[in-house]
Design a binder for this molecule. Structure first.
Ligand code: NAP
Length: 296
């Protein structure tokens, strides 16, 4: 029997409805939700993303502002802008579009995002809190991954989980959140000697690398939950044989489908859930700023 699809779009839609309801309840008490997205320079792709974000926030009753800054802004000026947003009591959420121009330091910039307003959970302090299991605001992709796994009802406590890819923004926080849920977690990276040894024992396999086709059927334990975080644009042909680009994950979906028990598609799996987690975090940040919830 082929694997069951874990439908990130359906789950994300349900989370958005919940966020819309919670946002309406907050607004009724007279408290605001205001997300400010910072965009340095003039990237058309980031602009499209920001426009989509603005529409989504508007639909959910969340005020959204885009703060556009000049490409040649200095690091100290950018830090000062972030400090100003941190101090502004009308702003409840802050995010910075990446990538930044090469002369700016991403980590220094993320340090400058107020910890309580950091809706993407990218401030190293927020990533660090994952270690202590009492996240203030956790990284969106890691939250999305955990929710997708939990939707299968496969118990995480005691499960063998292998995470492939060890970046600060995806693989490592995912591994930490799953460790908190008492799974036995193996974290694989570029120097892992034999990936198959670790992937084949996994009840849950999470792949966050950025290499299409890295994981094929022979990597999979039959019946495993497979979460594909990767997003890759690859060349393909349309039905008329014309060259087109399509989006695929890191998992060779057609070969893994008959072996796995559950699998996330790409697109339509982790991607929409990561966006939904950003919205959930935006609500959490507003509640933290308004002191309706405690950080710990
Ligand atoms: P990244 O910073 O490039 O990290 C990739 C990680 O994979 C690194 O730890 C790298 O090790 C490791 N790696 C490289 N080749 C490997 C191999 N053959 N075997 C095992 N590990 C290997 O990328 P990222 O930001 O974590 O993103 C990973 C993928 O997830 C990308 O496709 C990205 O687009 C996607 N992504 C999706 C979402 C979403 O919402 N769906 C969110 C974030 C990221 P080294 O650093 O040592 O090379």
């Amino acid at each position: 029997m082929p694997a069951q699809l874990i439908d990130g779009k359906v789950m994300a839609a349900s989370i958005r409805r919940q966020v819309a309801n919670d946002a309406a309840a907050l607004l009724q008490t007279g408290l605001g939700i205001h997300l400010v997205a910072v965009l340095v320079g003039h990237s058309p792709a980031a602009r499209v993303y920001a426009d989509n974000q603005a529409r989504t926030c508007h639909d959910l009753g969340i005020r959204y502002s885009l703060l556009e800054l000049a490409t040649d802004i200095t690091q100290s000026r950018l830090n000062a802008e972030l400090a100003r947003l941190a101090a502004d009591t009308t702003v409840t959420g802050i995010m910075v579009h990446l990538p930044l121009p090469a002369h700016l330091n991403t980590q220094e910039t993320q340090y400058a995002i107020d910890v309580l307003k950091d809706v993407e959970g990218v401030n190293p302090a927020n990533i660090g809190h994952v270690v202590y299991g009492h996240t203030i605001i956790a990284p969106c992709t890691a939250l999305a991954t955990v929710e997708l796994i939990e939707s299968t009802n496969v118990p995480l406590r005691g499960a063998e989980v292998t995470v492939v890819g060890a970046s600060r923004i995806a693989g490592k926080p995912i591994a930490l959140l799953l460790t908190e849920r008492q799974a036995t977690v193996t974290l694989c990276h570029i120097h892992t000697r034999d990936l198959c040894v670790h992937s084949q024992k996994a009840d849950v396999l999470v792949v966050a690398v950025g290499k299409p086709g890295l994981i094929t059927a022979h990597h999979i334990k039959p019946g495993a939950v497979v979460i594909d975080v990767g997003i890759n644009r690859v060349a393909a042909a349309n039905s008329q044989g014309h060259p087109v680009e399509k989006t695929v994950g890191d998992v060779d979906f057609p070969s893994v489908l008959p072996v796995a028990g559950w699998i996330t598609p790409v697109p339509g799996g982790v991607g929409p859930m990561t966006v939904a987690m950003l919205l959930k975090n935006t609500l959490r940040a507003a509640r933290l700023v308004h002191k309706l919830e405690k950080p710990f």
